[in-house]
Design a protein around this ligand. Sequence first.
Ligand code: GAL
Length: 665
Amino acid sequence: MHNRLRARIFTFVTGLALLGLITGCAVKDAPDGGAAPTAAVSATDLPAGDDCFVWSEDDLLLSDFLLYFVDCGSPDAAEFPTGMFAGLCQSVSDMPYGTDPGTGKVWGYRENPAMQRDADSLGKGATAYKWVIDDSVTDLSKAEICYDFRVPDGTYTVTLGFYNPFGVRRIDAECEGTVLVDSEKILRYQENEKSFSVDVTDGELNLKVFNSKIKNFMDTPILSYIRIAITPEYTKELLSAAVKAMAVEHPEAIYTAGSSKNYLEAYAEAQEFLAKDGKAGENLIRLKFNNLRESYKMLTKQYRYDSFKPGAVWRDTENTPIQAHGGQVQQMEIPDPETGKPVTKWVWVGEDKTNGYRGGVCAYSSDDLYNWKFEGIIMKNVPNRRVLETDPYFKEVYAGYSSEELDNVALALSAERAVIERPKLIYNEKTDKYILWFHADGPTATSDSNYAAACAGVAVSDTPFGPYRFVGRYRLNTCPPDQEDKYPESKGMARDMNLFRDTDGTAYIIYSSEENLTLYISKLNDEYTYLATDPEKAVYGVDFIRLFPGAQREAPALFLRDGKYYLMTSGCTGWAPNQARFYVSDSVMGEWESKGDPCLDDENHTTFESQSTCIFRDPASDTWIYMGDRWFADALHDSRYIWLPIEFKENGDMEISFVSEWQLP
Ligand code: GAL
């Protein structure tokens, strides 16, 4: 974790004294019976029974000066339970007094037939086990739990933990001739932790837990855990050693942005503090030290992926599950936020379902398609009409909008009523704008249905990651009079949608219309902000076409490969998955031929329990990727992503097989 070499090993005398932590050492017990060794030896090199205390300064700092953390009553030589870490002097969680098998240090409980191990199913970590007193013992004066620890002389923080499953009982504790606990009540199943400062002057810390007012076996003592840590002196030297021991270069490359930021702040503060001349109070130094120590401990590794796992939870680089449902992935040249120079990034936009059904639009960026950085909610939905004029974010985004326009925004993006689905992003070279299209739905003046509006929404931004400014939501083209309208009751409906930009720069919107009975493809204007021609004047075959009237297809994904246009779709069964179908054509507005289900060995005919949303190509590996949603209707926030590689047969037909894990070639 830290980038310093661990070569400098300090003896207690040289190291800690230099650090000003503590003076004096159990020198009398050094292996040759003389002075403490000054050579670079590690604790584990020492022969058993040796108790000269040798640690590196890093070890001390990074173990919080902890020498022992005893999980009392756990099986002798037990491994450390999760959530507990060993002190520097121990290799096992508990043991009878003697030489530790791993560290050579001398410590342990004084053997006493009255002591009995007790496991507690309600306890966790260090409270899962404890010592109790055997109720068959007749001599109540034996009802005590004693531990001895050989330590260098100095000041220690001793912490005792009691986890009591019995009725209230009284506890006394003594250490080094001092009363630590004076007949205190230990309440049932409550956190009972007590810390004390203890001076050791004879090379051994002796601890006894008992009950001075014991009357019967209902009063016997218990003990769950013991921590013994050196009490450091908080000096500038100590802080400076911590700054060295806890240095991490470029933490943001490995750790989450949030934890890196906290750490870098604490680190900079400590450095600044050290750079100042003059004396500093111990409390202030302790504060800086603890801030640094805590933020260092809290550094959280980013999840790193090197494969796709269709259907598994997929986390972003902050370890948060990705919220980009009904989405789209594309490679874009976008300005680097720091240099402003264009960089090539993968961009994923999709529905934010953090709070369930209703939400805004999220964006993520990636260099490798596996690991995604959250770029924010690029279009927020609107909690209420008022915030558009009071909240700084909305005020800025909608500056210059008339009151009537703001009414429209509040309606179309309402966090309480609007439905924002299947967002798709497109960049317009002519205007240098990013345009977000989405299925904009919700109740209307005449219907309470969530899908009554049936519109296509448009929002625009100067930058890929927004904020996007909502422009409008529209009904689109209508069935020409000489064709059979499958749903004449409501004209120009637009629901599940996608975008496609052809090689000549013409862009199209592909969407379900006529109450989802017929797919439409409509040409967009040069700015990609509306239809090429108003529905009233639109010419069939030039400005739009209808596809598969009455076939009930949705979730369209259109792409161009080797001069052939492909369109993948699903049936219309809400959140429940159904059988996919794909179509092929020589041009966007041409004749589309139905080719059937591209999925192989899809036993239940459910597109491997997913619904199409986008198909794109990774040019580096020449891989076509199917992107679908596995919706969980009862837990939409937890809906999963199904990404699968697409194979193309000799005749150009597409085939998708399920693989539970795969990599780009
Ligand atoms: C699906 C559609 C989804 C969503 C869902 C609601 O048919 O593809 O985007 O609208 O219905 O039930």
